[in-house]
Design a protein around this ligand. Structure first.
Ligand SMILES: [Zn+2]
Ligand SMILES: [Zn+2]
Length: 52
């Protein structure tokens, strides 16, 4: 009984226990996007980038 969630970055459906969550907004992020965005979702990553 695996529930599928969608990666909030690429929208790809993936198993809930195979994804990470953005520490800022708790949206699900798949493995690939976690590597791309440093374990944040795209939104929070670009926000942090602007702040910097
Ligand atoms: Zn993704
Ligand atoms: Zn986020």
């Amino acid at each position: 009984m695996n529930s599928k969630v969608r990666c909030s970055v690429c929208g790809y459906p993936t198993d809930e226990d195979a994804v990470g969550q953005c520490p800022e907004c708790n949206s699900y992020v798949c493995d690939e996007c976690i590597e791309l965005y440093d374990s944040y979702c795209q939104d929070c990553y670009s926000r942090a980038d602007e702040d910097y």
